[in-house]
Design a protein around this ligand. Structure first.
Ligand SMILES: Nc1ncnc2c1ncn2[C@@H]1O[C@H](COP(=O)(O)OP(=O)(O)OP(=O)(O)O)[C@@H](O)[C@H]1O
Ligand SMILES: [Mg+2]
Length: 219
């Protein structure tokens, strides 16, 4: 399984557009693709789904069982592990895990979980690996390629998303800000990878993401 995250802490460089168009392109070529929206702005979801469907999956009530937020909500509330989540079928070869503006409420939980993994805290490992395990379940028996869209920051949601990625693609705009941003990205990814390597062996029973985050120019 190829899992690729599109990441840059500089905003507006084309991450979401690339995930959207590559998902269509690869699925048109016959490769089953799971697109995953882990950006709380949820732009990728809005590109894939009609407004009527968005109203269905983002109701005013708390549950949101059809989105990534609904799936991690039991962890957020401390009532259990990830809930099952059906991917949104776009075509027979293309599925979507819908994003959610409410996913931003998971940021503090993940921020807190990272240091607690050092204490072999199983609940912390459940939180840190929630995205990986959800994608693994949704892709099982279906996708050969997982494309992940994330928001433009170096926060805790993105750290959990990136350790779930075997490969990372860094879209860049040809400007000074993007070059400055690159200087933050390398050390951040190296530090996340190194820390996750040391934490991985501490977890028991759970499926652990590799956390390889290999930079990739081509898929
Ligand atoms: N290759 C491209 N050439 C020109 N414009 C583009 C290209 N890719 C994306 N855009 C435009 O740039 C804007 C930002 O694109 P997009 O939302 O994909 O970026 P993003 O990196 O996901 O942004 P964010 O960091 O806010 O999530 C959009 O208006 C999009 O249509
Ligand atoms: Mg985006």
């Amino acid at each position: 399984m190829n899992t690729v995250a599109f990441f840059n802490n500089k905003g507006g460089v084309g991450k979401t557009s690339l995930v959207y168009h590559l998902a269509w392109s690869f699925s048109d070529m016959g490769i089953p693709v799971l697109a995953v929206d882990l950006d709380p702005q949820a732009n990728l979801t809005a590109m894939f789904l009609e407004d009527e469907r968005l109203e269905d999956i983002w109701p005013d009530v708390e549950d949101h069982p059809s989105t990534i937020y609904g799936a991690v909500r039991p962890i957020l509330r401390g009532t259990g592990d990830i809930a099952s989540l059906d991917m949104e079928p776009i075509t027979p070869k293309l599925g979507l895990i819908p994003g959610d503006l409410r996913l931003s409420t998971f940021e503090d939980k993940l921020s807190d979980a990272w240091p607690r993994c050092h204490n072999d805290d199983e609940a912390a490992f459940r939180a840190m690996t929630a995205f990986h395990r959800l994608m693994e379940q949704a892709a099982s028996g279906f996708a050969e390629l997982i494309l992940i869209d994330v928001g433009p920051n170096l926060g805790a949601i993105n750290r959990a998303a990136l350790i779930a990625a075997e490969y990372v693609c860094l879209p860049l705009a040809p400007d000074l800000y993007s070059l400055q941003g690159l200087r933050n990205l390398g050390p951040a990814l190296t530090s996340w990878r190194k820390t996750w390597d040391s934490l991985k062996p501490r977890a028991r029973e759970l499926s652990m993401p590799s956390g390889k985050m290999v930079p990739r120019a081509t898929l």
